[in-house]
Design a protein around this ligand. Structure first.
Ligand code: PMP
Ligand code: GLU
Length: 398
């Protein structure tokens, strides 16, 4: 075997790993409740699926321009202007095969081996690995549950070094559901503006799934307009995970560099999916808002259930569809072959003993917490809570 050093440094995606283990257990006949994968349980709205079918019949079966179909780039630019206050034109938009690829494009296009990227933690699993794949160094800046999982401007300022090249975060945040408010984003923008050569990657893929009002984009602050790469996609807000479509809005030189990378790696995104994405952005957002409301109801439901489980500290998420409870009260406990030393052990215990799949917090930068997606039916969520309650009752201090 002759594997690269790069692949040996890389962790397997923890979210996808737990989803795989859950599928394997289900294939053996167990009724697994899957709360590990962050994926809306809703189907893509019909009008978007119809648009893809029409596009196929119209012959949208060929390569598109690498940066995306002109009508989609235009629809995205108009959306960014209308909803996010970002003054980009089509030229500033690059469509990709998912927000994940957009992040990878940006890392490949902008990072050098000596560069540091400050990642606001808890963070989405793939940030650290994507940064490592680009041979740069992720610097994890952790916010605790006591500070509502939000890094403060003072923390950010103190973490900046001459090697800092970028700052990456998601708001609403995967995994914590934290949402930065106007005041907090402005403070970050002011800090970045003071340091030349530092760029922001603002991952806004959960923008439509916010329970605290209108979404805010840091790139709309004029002092960081030319230093912000806004990343977004169709997976969450339009329930289009399998369509693999994402995009960036960014300064022209960054967009051009991402297009160049994409031209050598994927040649661009799927043609008829892009055509359907135009419909997603230009038609009514009523189905998106209906999904948001359903997530909000489930948040209440599972939040209440989780709070009743002894030892769970359960902050209320403000957006996205995850709970990130602190379960460290169980560290040092055991049952049968299970000993719980961190949240990964706890996730494996729940999978084996309760057949509920979740993801340990270590891969998100917090070993005390456990990520649970509530993008599942109310019935499954209630049953999951019951199963977890019964399972943890078996744990005893060693
Ligand atoms: N960013 C965040 C914060 C995510 O949760 C996800 C998961 N889907 C992505 C990016 C990647 O999205 P996509 O499916 O569009 O690649
Ligand atoms: N973003 C989702 C999650 O966090 C999907 C899985 C993945 O791409 O990692 O679970």
């Amino acid at each position: 075997m002759h594997l690269s050093e790069r692949i040996q440094r890389l962790e397997e995606s923890a979210t996808l790993r737990m989803a795989r283990l859950a599928r394997e257990l289900a294939a053996q006949g167990h009724r697994v409740i899957n709360l590990s994968l962050g994926e809306p349980d809703f189907d893509t709205p019909d009008h978007i699926k119809e648009a893809a079918k029409v596009a196929l019949d119209e012959g949208y079966t060929k390569y598109t321009p690498v940066a995306g179909l002109p009508e989609l780039r235009k629809a995205i630019a108009e959306k960014l202007q209308r909803e996010n206050g970002l003054t980009w034109t089509s030229e500033n938009v690059v469509v990709s095969t998912g927000a994940k690829q957009s992040l990878n494009n940006v890392a490949m296009a902008m990072l050098n081996p000596d560069d540091e990227v400050i990642v606001l933690a808890p963070y989405w699993v793939s940030y650290s690995e994507i940064i490592k794949m680009a041979d740069a160094t992720p610097v994890i800046l952790r916010a605790s549950v006591e500070q509502d999982f939000k890094v403060t401007p003072q923390q950010l300022e103190a973490a900046i070094t001459p090697k800092t090249r970028m700052i990456w975060f998601s708001s609403p945040c995967n995994p914590t559901g934290a949402v930065f408010n106007h005041h907090e984003l402005e403070a970050f923008a002011n800090i970045v503006a003071k340091h030349e050569g530092i760029y922001i990657v603002a991952d806004e893929i959960y923008e439509y799934i916010s329970y605290v009002g209108k979404h805010l984009s840091i790139g709309a602050f004029p002092q960081v307009r030319d230093r912000t790469i806004t990343v977004n996609g169709f997976a969450k807000g339009f329930a289009m995970t399998g369509w693999r479509l994402g995009y960036i809005g960014a300064p022209l030189w960054i967009a051009k560099a991402c297009e160049k990378i994409q031209g050598q790696v994927t040649s661009g995104a799927n043609s008829f999916a892009q055509k359907a994405a135009v419909t997603a952005l230009t038609a009514s957002l009523a189905p998106t808002y209906a999904m948001r409301e359903a997530f909000e109801n489930r948040r209440e439901l599972i939040g209440k259930g989780l709070r009743e489980i002894p030892g769970f500290k359960v902050p209320m998420p403000e957006g996205a569809f995850y709970f990130f409870p602190d379960i460290s009260a169980y560290f040092g406990c055991s049952y049968n072959e299970y000993t719980i030393n961190d949240s990964d052990d706890f996730a494996m215990f729940l999978l084996g003993e309760a057949q509920v799949s979740t993801v340990g917090g270590a891969s998100f930068g917090d070993t005390d917490c456990l990520r649970m997606s509530y993008a599942a039916s109310a019935e499954d969520l209630l049953e999951a809570v019951e199963r977890i309650k019964n399972a943890v009752a078996k744990l005893k201090k060693a």
